[in-house]
Design a protein around this ligand. Sequence first.
Ligand code: NAD
Ligand code: FES
Length: 275
Amino acid sequence: MYKIVSKTTLNNTTDKMEIYAPFVAKNAKPGHFIILRVDKAGERIPLTITEHTDETVTIIYQKLGYTTSQLGQKIVGDTVEDFVGPLGQEVEIKEASTLLAVAGGVGAAPLYPQLQAYHAQGTKVDLVIGAKQQRYLILLDDYKSICNKVYVCTDDGSQGTKGFVTDFLKQHLKNHTYDHSIAIGPLIMMKHVVSLHKTFNLSTDVSLNPIMIDGTGMCGNCRVSIGDKTYFACIDGPDFPGEKINFDELISRQSFYTEEEHMCQLEELVSNDKK
Ligand code: NAD
Ligand code: FES
């Protein structure tokens, strides 16, 4: 059993949770994820490690499905049944004097340890961070302390520039150049960012965490075609160079489970109603 040592509500859909897990913490590197089970009967869910100390691991999750909603009901002092990791491949921190990072919504969470590592090696990092509305922007203060510049975009214009991150980038890249970039957010965002960056000859790494289900190499959902090769995001990734990824294949596979997620949320609402 793994004890919850702190919990913060970031907005109405997103929590940050710190869990006592010394073995995972000791071995955690940027790019790694964990798999947790809330209770013995629970499903396994993969979540990227956002931060760690010597003894604790911090995760950030959106309460959109059954398990993440169950996790959201836990309080400090409660435990989760399983917390396995670190899993996946440590991300390669490239030699770069300048880096452009792009975060979309809750994708700002897995991006954080990577930018910390770039900042620590002396890379000058500019971040473009986008969210639907101001209240969905997360980790802004943390990012301001490690980035050279933080550019904020919101879909509704409630903070920063109005529009998608790509609307901002189209203008920004006309006057700024970078050695490398990372984009983490919804698949559709990563697809458009990679495609735009290609037109500016800018390489882009992405994280394919959103297509993972069991995180063990067994369900096959995280298969990804990169050029003419097939990889498993949970075993070979979750971070990959974005240029040759077939995003359309991933987007259509992800939408396959939308109905199940919707049913989970309905069941959750009905069971809450009965309480
Ligand atoms: P969201 O839908 O609010 O989008 C966040 C931002 O992405 C938007 O504000 C916009 O700037 C950009 N964006 C969205 N659609 C775009 C488009 N068509 N073109 C260009 N830019 C676009 O995101 P959210 O609801 O906070 O995030 C949830 C998504 O993040 C889920 O799809 C989840 O799977 C994904 N996610 C990804 C990772 C990862 O490792 N890549 C990790 C956690 C969550
Ligand atoms: Fe199931 Fe990778 S998430 S095989």
